[in-house]
Design a protein around this ligand. Structure first.
Ligand SMILES: [Zn+2]
Length: 468
């Protein structure tokens, strides 16, 4: 039994030792006060998002990356951002934002989606946004920001066992808990009720250290997207290279002409509903008062508006079918409204499985009616095609045979002014090749995401040919 007094003695000894290592709130404040984060800097970082309903296979979620280079000139209030965002299927959205004086421009480098169009932005707003985005990637900046807030709004606890300093800050909406390790002083976690941001792999730069990696981890079941961030480099700069602000050659500020009609007849029995607020198209085919809707995107609010438009135009018609191209969230989230109308959902087997497993439909999908279709199947004058592609395990397009129209979701994203992009994404390639292989007589392609512009087949031929 002699071991117990020895143990007590040891605990006291360790306790005293840790008492010496105690870090007070004032010491922490002084530590971060001394650190100066450069006013002008360049930061290169990669975000990796894990969104089950935006990847190839929702059951086997691979991350989608976005690489950013942000340069900030704090003296001259100039900013530059080059980013490459990957969307499944080989869609690499490569864009530039440049802010100088009162001008801010934004354009696509490879002309996917935005073509050769330059968007003007609010210079002040954009500068502040990029400046904050860059700084917030650094754990040291987050720590400085916290310790600059009035002391009496912070609750401070030093844990003598772990030697961690824990600061609680009660915000308007939520409580934030910051945990610092103190040997050496480093911010290791910021936690709120929904998620934790966990910092790791610290790097030292000009007398301070920052986490070169961090991840967001959910604390409860929320819609927050798990995200990983890796800081590839951070360095002080003198200024931003002047030619980064120049307007690119062959680009234009002139807005492309789009068809502003909300509802148009575009085939013998086919109509298009253009939604400019959400930048999306929905088609519907009417035959003997039976209505088939093609595309059910984004939200129930949106679907309600579409249904109202259809019912106003065809009061005697009945929406019996709705077709969805693939199970990504922005293409299925509006399905409930159609199910409420007792419409049958037309889709392939994989998409149907995805709809049944979708969080939003867990309670209701057992009442959904489905019609499973196979590749090249024809139903109500519409042929459904499923070319192989890396955007989604099963992605289809609808070919309205008599009207020589194709409706597609995420096979192709081109600009409204029909600029040929400098890359041909894998999904786009297989989409065009299927039209060729099956010798489909197509005149026009309607994209869900291309409100105001229907794409002539001649453009697809030109686009494909340029990349051979
Ligand atoms: Zn998609």
């Amino acid at each position: 039994m002699r071991a117990i007094p020895i143990l007590i003695f040891l605990f006291i000894l360790i306790g005293c030792k840790n008492e010496k290592k105690k870090v007070t709130l004032n010491q922490l404040i002084t530590h971060y006060n001394k650190i100066e984060v450069p006013q002008s800097y360049s930061i290169d970082f990669t975000n990796t998002r894990f969104v089950p309903y935006q990847v190839y296979d929702y059951k086997n979620v691979d991350g989608l990356t976005a690489n950013h280079i942000i340069e900030i000139d704090g003296k001259r209030k100039q900013a530059y951002n080059k980013r490459l965002t990957n969307v499944a299927g080989g869609f690499e959205f490569e864009s530039i934002t440049a802010v100088k004086d009162t001008t801010a421009i934004d354009y696509s480098l490879n002309k996917i989606w935005d073509g050769n169009f330059i968007t003007s932005l609010d210079a002040k707003e954009e500068y502040n946004y990029l400046q904050k985005t860059g700084q917030r990637k650094l754990s040291v900046f987050e720590a400085k920001k916290l310790l600059e807030t009035p002391k009496d709004s912070l609750i401070y606890v030093f844990d003598s066992k772990t030697l961690d300093a824990i600061i609680t800050k009660n915000g308007k909406k939520d409580t934030l808990v910051y945990t610092f390790s103190t040997q050496p002083i480093q911010l290791k976690e910021i936690k709120n009720s929904a998620e934790s941001r966990i910092f790791k792999n610290f790097k030292t730069y000009k007398g301070f250290s920052y986490a070169s990696e961090y991840s967001y981890v959910k604390n409860k079941d929320t819609t927050t997207t798990p995200l990983k961030v890796k800081i590839n480099s951070f360095k002080e700069i003198d200024k931003i290279d002047a030619n980064k602000f120049s307007t690119p050659k062959g680009y234009t500020f002139e807005k492309p002409i789009v068809n502003k009609d909300k509802l148009s007849k575009i085939g013998k029995n086919t109509y298009i509903i253009r939604d400019f607020k959400r930048g999306r198209n929905v088609l519907f085919v009417v035959k003997n008062n039976v209505i088939t809707v093609i595309g059910a995107p984004v939200s129930n609010t949106y679907s309600k508006e579409v249904i109202e438009t259809i019912e106003k135009k065809f009061p005697k018609g009945k929406i019996k079918f709705v077709y969805v191209t693939h199970m990504h969230n922005d293409h299925i989230a509006g399905l409930q409204e159609y199910a409420n109308k007792n419409a049958t959902i037309i889709a392939d087997a994989f998409t149907i499985e995805g709809i049944k497993d979708f969080d939003q439909f867990k309670e209701t999908s057992n009442q959904f009616k489905f019609k499973t279709i196979k590749d090249r199947e024809i139903f109500n004058g519409i042929q459904f095609h499923y070319p192989k592609n890396r955007h989604c395990k099963m992605q289809g397009f609808a070919y309205i045979i008599k009207d020589q129209l194709v409706y597609q979701g995420d096979f192709m994203q081109v600009s409204s002014n029909l600029t040929v992009p400098s890359i041909l994404p894998e999904a786009t390639k297989h989409f065009i090749e299927r039209i060729y292989e099956d010798k489909l007589a197509v005149k026009t392609v309607i994209g869900q995401h291309q409100a105001g512009n229907e794409i002539p087949m001649t453009f697809l031929n030109k686009y494909y040919k340029k990349h051979q």
